[in-house]
Design a binder for this molecule. Sequence first.
Ligand SMILES: [Zn+2]
Ligand SMILES: [Zn+2]
Ligand SMILES: [Zn+2]
Length: 157
Amino acid sequence: MGKERLPELLDALRRRGERLTTARHALLSVMAHADEHLSADQLSVEVARTNPAIHRATIYRTLETLRRLGIVEHTHLGHGPAVYHLADDVHQHLVCEECGWVVEAPADLFAGVEETLERDFGFDMRANHFAIVGRCRRCAEEGTERVAGDRRTPTQA
Ligand SMILES: [Zn+2]
Ligand SMILES: [Zn+2]
Ligand SMILES: [Zn+2]
């Protein structure tokens, strides 16, 4: 994503006639520049760094508003809290169960499965709400020589 992302997000809000509050601006700024997906708690910590006056409850409420407006989405990468990403870049998540590595894969990864579920079950699949878990190549390769019990701690429990 280029550095034009934040202005485009703010434009999207304006076009909907939505107010550009300090909290909305701060939250979108953090999300547009984050290198990884953050939970609501982590987002509130990041926002507080630059805007200590914004109350934590306001951050949570703002997240929910942005979700309702279709600007942000949450997803589940594992057992931990839900994490948030911007809805302008839809993708599927692959998470390594052993090291916690997250890969963003193309959104149409399961196009075939989606078609089958729709056709045979009338089921509208939303694959990217939850991550696909498995083992990354590095862990798979290391696993062949690893002794039992010698596991790296996942980054997200
Ligand atoms: Zn959910
Ligand atoms: Zn994501
Ligand atoms: Zn791994």
